[in-house]
Each structure stands twice: as C-alpha cells, then as structure tokens.
Design a protein around this ligand. Structure first.
Ligand code: NAD
Length: 251
C-alpha cells in the first residue's frame, strides 16, 4: 500500500534546531509518522517535547557553531535509540547587513552553522548509516536563496546556495549505500528567522504580494515534504532541492 511507504515506524531521526520554528515542525511530523526523534538545539526543546511526548522524542543541547559536536550528536542517537536512519539538517542562522560593510564575524558564524556543521554532521550520520548497512535519508534545509540572490544577506545566500550544491555531491557519492540526500527550500515562513522582515511594513507587504499562495508559510507546511523525503516513498529521489514556497520560485 502506497500510504505504508510513508510510515517511519522503527526509524530513528535526528533533527537539528528542534526547539522552535521549522525544526519543531519536522520533529512533530516525523514522530507522527512513527519515528523516534532526537532533537538538537542551542537551548532546550521542552516545548517540542510537550507537543510529542517522551515515547517518541528526546533532545540534547549542542552548539552547531562548532562542527566538532557532530560525533557527539550521532553517538547520543546511537546510545539512546540504537540507530540513525534519518538526519534533518535544519538549524540555521541569518545575519543582515550591507555587503559593503559585512563583517568577517557575521560571515563565519553563518557559514559555520549553515554549511560546515551541516557537512560534518551529514558525514558522521552517513558513516553510521553505512555501518548499519540499510541505507538512510538526509534532508538539508536550503532556502529560496539557494536559487536567488537576496539583499543584504551575503553569508546566508552563500551558505544556502552551497547547501543545494553539497546536497547533489553527497547524493552522488552515497547513492551506492542507498542513502538519499535531498533538500527542502522553504519559502517565506512565519518563524523567528523572518521576524525582522515581517516587522518591516514595506518588505513585508512586497513579499506577501509576490507569493502566489497569498500567505506566508508555516511550520505545518513543510511537514508533508519532510515525511516524504524521510520515507521509502522517496527512495528513487536523490540530490534534489524541493521548494515549499507557495509558488514563489515559479513566478
Ligand atoms: P528559527 O530561527 O526559528 O530556528 C532556527 C533553529 O536553528 C533554532 O532551533 C535554533 O536553536 C537553531 N540553531 C541556530 N544556531 C544554532 C547553533 N549554533 N547550534 C544549534 N542550533 C542552532 O528559524 P526557522 O525559520 O525555523 O529556520 C529553520 C531553517 O529554515 C534554517 O536553516 C533557516 O535558514 C531555514 N529557512 C527558513 C525560512 C523562513 O522563512 N523561516 C526560509 C528559508 C529557509
């Protein structure tokens, strides 16, 4: 039955940035589909735990500005749940400033979380998946700025464009281990990440007018794509970045 292919019973997922926003949406979606989920965040994920319950969710605190935490994260999932089948690289930050004065600090901070940690966590997860010998799923969170330039976000656009490219590289290398690597490019979603934009009346109005769906997205909107890419339903899909953007990129 096709709907059975979407089920994640018996699977173990790691989701970074699990305390809020889209990461919380991924945690809820994967757990509802049957997976056990280990959340990772800079701060506690008690709110997410309250939504899911401790049967299906646990969390750890780690700072992904240091890529060396990758091995600890994979180790924690193996210790708590015995395997790693799904990794969602969702944690991400954005810094806004004119490119003429953009600082090296804002460049490095964004690159470390959005790209460097994403790579080394994927590497550690893929090594565990190869050792387990039954494949796996890696889902990277990209952005519309994997396809477009944006304004005043040079490190963010660079990191998210690289995430799209890296998704293809890893998909090519790991297909032979039955590990599928894909990305989701969310459109403009109501989370902390877009608070500054939503508080700017001019930018906010311009963005809303350009979204064909006529509304901002929500964490619930990425749940379907998340479960699809985490499940056997997507076993022949790899290296692709799927936009969940209310039609933005098609316009
Ligand atoms: P958010 O700011 O609400 O969440 C970001 C998450 O990343 C939080 O859980 C935070 O704890 C985690 N995080 C940040 N730095 C970390 C660190 N050093 N160590 C560990 N965790 C860290 O924003 P969001 O919108 O939910 O963002 C989730 C992802 O979606 C990000 O990668 C973001 O770039 C991407 N995205 C968001 C939008 C949007 O419109 N909201 C659009 C495109 C892409």
């Amino acid at each position: 039955m096709i709907l059975d292919k979407f089920r994640l019973d018996g699977k173990v997922a790691i989701v970074t940035g699990s305390n809020t926003g889209l990461g919380q949406g991924f945690c809820v979606a994967l757990a509802e589909a049957g997976a056990k989920v280990l959340g990772v965040g800079r701060r506690d994920s008690e709110d997410t735990l309250a939504k899911i319950g401790k049967e299906k969710f646990d969390y750890m605190i780690a700072d992904l500005s240091d890529p060396h935490c990758a091995k600890d994260i994979i180790g924690a999932a193996l210790e708590r749940y015995g395997s790693v089948d799904i990794l969602v690289n969702n944690a991400g930050i954005i810094k806004r400033n004119d490119s003429l004065v953009f600082s090296e600090k804002d460049w490095d901070e964004v690159m470390n979380v959005n790209l460097k940690s994403l790579f080394f966590l994927s590497q550690a997860a893929a090594n565990a998946m190869v050792a387990q010998g039954r494949g796996g799923k890696i889902i990277n969170v990209a952005s519309l700025l994997s396809f477009q330039g944006g304004i005043r976000v040079p490190s963010y656009t660079s990191s998210k464009s690289a995430v799209k490219g890296l998704t293809m590289t890893l998909a090519n290398e790991w297909a032979k281990y039955n590990i599928q690597v894909n990305a989701i490019a969310p459109g403009y979603m109501v989370t902390n990440n877009t608070e500054a934009l939503r508080n700017d009346p001019d930018r906010s109005k311009a963005i809303l007018e350009r979204i064909p769906a006529g509304r901002w997205g929500t964490p619930e909107d990425i749940m379907g794509a998340g479960v699809f890419l985490a499940s056997a339903a997507s076993d022949y899909v790899t290296g692709f970045t799927i936009a969940v953007d209310g039609g933005w990129l098609g316009r």
